[in-house]
Write a protein that binds this ligand. Structure first.
Ligand SMILES: [Zn+2]
Length: 375
């Protein structure tokens, strides 16, 4: 059997891989696998190809039709009748600690329940991907894993509850993954693979609709010892951040500001529909007792502040249709307008000065090639 791929990750904000509130204490393989697959599906769709949505029924392998019967994501991560190409083992990491509540200092609604955030950023850990067949994890599949991890490291987050700030990671050891296949050659190989073709599920993350920015705090904004106390959240004192913190639970503060921005109809002058429905669609929704409807995950993600390479940063990213309605259009404009975004985030953080650097606008550029070439 070929050698396993071993990658080392250092979490920069708490990592959550549990499936229920009290079971996130250690890093769970299933949580990591689900997240890798989610990003890989977004990448496949972003290249104009089909990836099924396992939450609404994945592909079923047909022995006669072989790979044409299943999508490209199932070909790597497995589905009924077709086993995953590798086994994942996690080592190290340790505990995410107790979930600790923070609340908005001045909530717009009195019944807001607050957010529960793991108390600890856990230690570095390794992911070992063991091939399960002699032909598994070939150059194409290694490059697929590498691109997926690169997206997560540079622009996204790993695990669950990523829309609320968890899961920023830095990859400190890539193992044997680098330089297995040139990126454009990999994209060509991806498109040439025999696979099931179909219309992509809706809604589902698609990297061609990905938009976001890296936010960096001004050095002057973090020069005083207690600078983070400006962030308008209660409960931060429970996180034992000390005098030299490496992260600050702050995602909810910026999310609250974005929700407020989505409440303001002046931001969407050409929109005549139901603005609260749009806000729930984009930022997620949990029905309160007595309300109808299914919970909806957020399409907008806001990380906590984290310190890396001596700078304080955070990320805002979203999957919002390019050809969507006036609200989609407005959100895409906000996330690509440096000055407006800086102003909104600064207010959300209690007046801390920030700089915004928009993400690359094409899938190829997100994968690290070219920059001006449109898909
Ligand atoms: Zn599939």
């Amino acid at each position: 059997m070929p050698e396993p791929i071993v990658v080392t990750l250092q979490p920069l904000t708490p990592l959550w891989t549990g499936d229920a509130d009290q079971r996130g204490n250690r890093i769970r393989e299933t949580g990591i696998l689900g997240s890798l697959r989610w990003w890989y599906e977004a990448l496949v769709r972003g290249l104009g190809l089909y990836a099924c949505d396992p939450s609404s029924g994945s592909c079923v392998y047909d022995e006669r039709r072989k790979l044409v019967s299943i999508c490209r994501a199932c070909q790597l991560f497995g589905c009924t009748g077709y086993s995953r190409r590798f086994r994942l083992a996690v080592a190290g990491g340790g505990s995410a600690g107790q979930l600790t509540e923070v609340r908005i200092l001045k909530p717009g609604t009195s019944n807001h329940r607050g957010w529960r955030i793991p108390r600890n950023v856990c230690a570095p850990f390794t992911l070992a991907l063991h091939p399960l067949r002699p032909d598994a994890l070939d150059d194409f599949e290694r490059a697929a894993i590498r691109h997926t991890l690169h997206l997560i490291e540079q622009y996204g987050a790993l695990g669950a509850k990523t829309s609320h700030g968890q899961g920023v990671v830095k990859i400190t050891g890539w193992g044997t993954l680098p330089a297995v296949m040139e990126t454009d050659a990999w994209i060509r190989a991806m498109k040439a693979r025999p696979a099931k073709e179909d219309t992509n599920p809706q809604p589902a993350p698609d990297l061609s609709e990905f938009i976001g920015a890296t936010i960096t705090l001004d050095a002057a904004a973090t020069s005083s010892a207690d600078w983070w106390k400006l962030i308008p959240l209660t409960g931060l004192g429970s996180f034992s951040l000390g005098s030299n913190p490496t992260w600050v639970p702050s995602g909810p503060a910026v999310r609250a500001r974005l929700r407020g921005w989505l409440r303001n109809s002046a931001n969407f002058q050409n929109f005549n529909g139901n603005l609260p429905n749009e806000r729930h669609r984009l930022m997620g929704y949990v029905p309160q007792r007595g309300e109808k409807g299914d919970p909806k995950g957020s399409d907008i993600f806001v990380t906590h502040l984290y310190k890396a390479d001596e700078r304080w940063s955070m990320r805002i990213f979203a999957f919002v249709p390019r050809g969507g309605n006036a609200v989609d259009h407005g959100v895409r404009q906000l996330l690509s307008d440096q000055k407006r975004l800086e102003s909104e985030v600064a207010i959300g953080l209690g007046g801390l000065n920030v700089q915004a650097e928009p993400y690359p606008a094409t899938v190829r550029a997100l994968l690290g090639v070219g920059s001006a070439i449109s898909e």
